[in-house]
Design a protein around this ligand. Structure first.
Ligand SMILES: *Cc1c(COP(=O)(O)O)cnc(C)c1O
Length: 230
């Protein structure tokens, strides 16, 4: 079931790429496995998938222990400073950096372990009260400060779009994040790469791809509904 779901989502990613005249290789489909057991991840591994998304530090460290070491773990959830030390050397990319203070903590722990950490800046494009992330007008200044940290490397931007029934309602959000990315890229700031755009989830990833997403984060569409009460 999970494997079939994965293939179906992968096909829809392909279709969205074709519609937007983009190459399939430009878009990474991240399987968001939060709350799901290791056995579910093992099913997806059979499809040669290596990119998995998690939003809790403890879940990443537990799954990291028992699963193949070539998995690329994407930290997509809010990250507390005191937990940075547990994952800096285990994650492929941290999507959810939303403050200079958090970036400085990542720098400190990365330097200790002598690793380099790739990050995205999380942007609250829709200015939703309930969400984390920088406001659009704060992003450039924050990026310039973080760019000075030698072990932290900004690779792009991430957003969690509002929950909507019609994915078209989020098209403008995705366009805004893309535009912000292009604007910052044109400034050619040292130690900032503006290549990655992490946007789009189960409900709207095709629209996100049409608007330039390079990473889509799909959970429910692959693993089914999550049960938080277990
Ligand atoms: C849970 C989560 C997703 C996946 O959501 P689905 O709607 O299940 O695809 C994507 N991004 C973030 C940041 C998440 O926390």
């Amino acid at each position: 079931m999970i494997r079939e779901n994965y293939r179906e989502v992968d096909l829809k990613v392909k279709e969205a790429c074709e519609k937007a005249s983009r190459h399939r290789e430009e878009v990474t489909l991240i399987a968001v496995s939060k709350t799901k057991p290791v056995s579910d991840i093992e099913e997806v591994l059979l499809e040669d998938v290596l990119d998995f998304g998690e939003n809790k530090v403890q879940e990443i460290t537990q799954k990291y222990e028992v699963l193949p070491k070539n998995i690329r773990w994407h930290m997509i959830g809010h990250l507390q400073k005191n937990k940075v030390k547990y994952i800096v050397d285990k994650v492929f990319l941290i999507h959810s950096v939303d403050s200079v203070e958090l970036a400085k903590e990542i720098e400190k722990e990365a330097a200790k372990k002598n690793v380099h950490v790739n990050i995205l800046l999380e942007v609250n494009v829709a200015r939703e009260e309930s969400k984390f992330g920088l406001y659009v007008d704060e992003v450039e200044a924050t990026a310039r400060t973080i760019a000075l940290l030698p072990h932290v490397h900004i690779q792009g931007l991430m957003t969690i779009a509002p929950f909507v029934d019609n994915p078209e309602d989020n098209r403008g959000i995705f366009q805004k994040l893309k535009q912000l990315c292009v604007d910052i890229k044109h400034k050619n700031i040292d130690n900032i790469n503006m290549c990655e755009l992490s946007m789009g989830m189960t409900g709207d990833y095709q629209v996100a791809i049409e608007e330039g997403a390079t990473m889509v984060r799909v959970g429910t569409g692959i693993f089914g509904e999550r049960n938080y009460n277990r």
